[in-house]
Design a protein around this ligand. Structure first.
Ligand SMILES: [Ca+2]
Ligand SMILES: [Ca+2]
Length: 427
């Protein structure tokens, strides 16, 4: 028989582990790492052979390398923390008033978690931006993290000449306003914007910006962009804490066209994707193969996909919002012609046409429940094969679109026909 002392020790251990388990699962707020996320970025190739290579390992070296950069240069950042409040500009800048081309800015080891550009805090004015891109064309920013800045992690200026910008494996966290912004002035247009394997996160929503007295932000706000591609990206906790409805995670507007959003994962965002806000701000484009999961947020929330755009295809998205809003997909305005909304999965609500909009709406379901999915409460909305999905999702559509691969890159259709939602089941 164990002694009374042994029992006491055992019970103490059980109590401690029980408390730790409870704390881990019930009290600690969920972090991005707790949720399902898109695939990791494959490593980039070596720099092109015609590039000059500059390797930097501190703020001053990075600042000087960028301000003096010549065409056809790769700047490699060694592992470390680069504080923007340690340099006079309080941000890293491409040359202002001097045209440069073919500039790559990359973490040296391909690991974005070990190369960190940061300010002193989201609402501390002495760290303003991560990067601002002015008259620079053919720019790649890759394999690094930018966090805790007062305005934007990355601010792109087509009105100063910026064009053909690629962001790859960049994690942007806790900016005071938009995490990424593409600016506009005098009708400027950005052609060529590629955003892939990037992450747009707030630790716990936007607080009140001291300059505005309210919350203000998007994952990205893109004005005047043509044929932007946003692929394999992650959006987390994009909501306001001031009691107002947050702006969309992805907002593409003001003379934009041809935007493609595919294979992205949205977790706990007040709003998801918006092509246009008012009439005639966007045309063309595709929203396909995305997972959108929203738990019960205490902040005001709205639709997952908002289309104020013509000639736009919305297909094969899986949207779970748990009765937090009546319309998971909205199409708006009579000017939004030739919109097609097909093969989507919703967990309730309706696809709603507003303000005179007309759209082709076919082969969608709004019957999804948690038993349809691999791990719904952690945002993994891959289908499981059971009676429910066999009746309502798997092989349930013959409406063929141009999207012939799924969230995982699996070819569609498999089996008898197309599956609804972002995941095509493979056998
Ligand atoms: Ca199938
Ligand atoms: Ca699949």
């Amino acid at each position: 028989m164990p002694s009374r002392r042994t029992w006491a020790i055992l019970l103490t251990f059980v109590a401690i582990f029980g408390l730790l388990y409870f704390y881990r699962n019930a009290i600690v707020p969920s972090t991005a790492q707790d949720y399902f996320r898109p695939a990791s970025a494959p490593l980039l190739d070596d720099p092109p052979p015609h590039h000059s290579i500059i390797e930097v390992s501190n703020c001053t070296e990075l600042r000087n390398a960028l301000l003096n950069v010549q065409n056809h240069t790769t700047i490699f950042l060694d592992d470390g923390i680069y504080r923007v409040d340690d340099i006079p500009e309080q941000q890293f800048l491409t040359p202002y008033g001097r045209h440069v081309e073919d500039i790559h800015i990359r973490g040296v080891n391909g690991n974005r978690d070990t190369v960190i550009i940061e300010g002193p805090g989201q609402f501390i004015e002495s760290g303003q931006y991560g990067f601002q891109i002015f008259d620079a064309v053919d720019v790649l920013i890759a394999d690094l993290t930018i966090r805790r800045v007062y305005y934007h992690c990355i601010s792109i200026h087509p009105e100063e000449g910026a064009n053909n910008i690629s962001l790859y494996n960049v994690r942007m966290i806790d900016a005071g306003e938009q995490l990424l912004k593409c600016n506009r002035d005098s009708g400027s247009i950005l052609t060529g914007l590629s955003i892939q394997y990037c992450s747009f996160e707030l630790t716990s929503g936007w607080g009140i910006h001291p300059e505005l007295g309210s919350s203000y932000g998007n994952g990205m706000s893109l004005h005047g962009v043509v044929n932007a591609t946003i692929l394999d990206c992650f959006f987390f906790n994009l909501y306001y804490t001031d009691g107002n409805l947050a702006d969309p995670a992805i907002l593409v507007w003001n003379d934009s066209e041809g935007t493609i959003v595919e294979r992205c994962v949205f977790i706990n965002c007040a709003r998801g994707i918006a092509f246009g806000l008012d009439a005639e701000q966007h045309s063309g484009g595709i929203v396909a193969n995305n997972f959108f999961y929203r738990d019960q947020l205490s902040a005001p929330v709205d639709t997952a996909i908002y289309i104020a755009s013509s000639d736009t295809l919305v297909c094969h998205n899986t949207i779970v919002i748990r009765d937090s809003y009546y319309a998971p997909i909205e199409v708006r305005f009579a000017s939004s012609t030739n919109v097609v909304v097909v093969n989507n999965i919703l967990d309730g609500g309706e696809i709603v046409l507003r303000d005179g909009a007309f759209a082709t709406i076919e082969s969608n379901t709004n019957l999804a429940t948690s038993v349809w999915f691999v791990d719904m409460s952690h945002g993994n909305l891959h289908l499981v094969d059971n009676n429910e999905t066999n009746t309502h999702a798997i092989d349930q559509s013959d409406f063929v679109t141009d999207i012939n691969h799924d969230f995982d890159g699996d070819f569609r259709p498999q089996g008898l026909s197309l599956d609804l939602g972002a995941d095509e089941i493979t056998n």
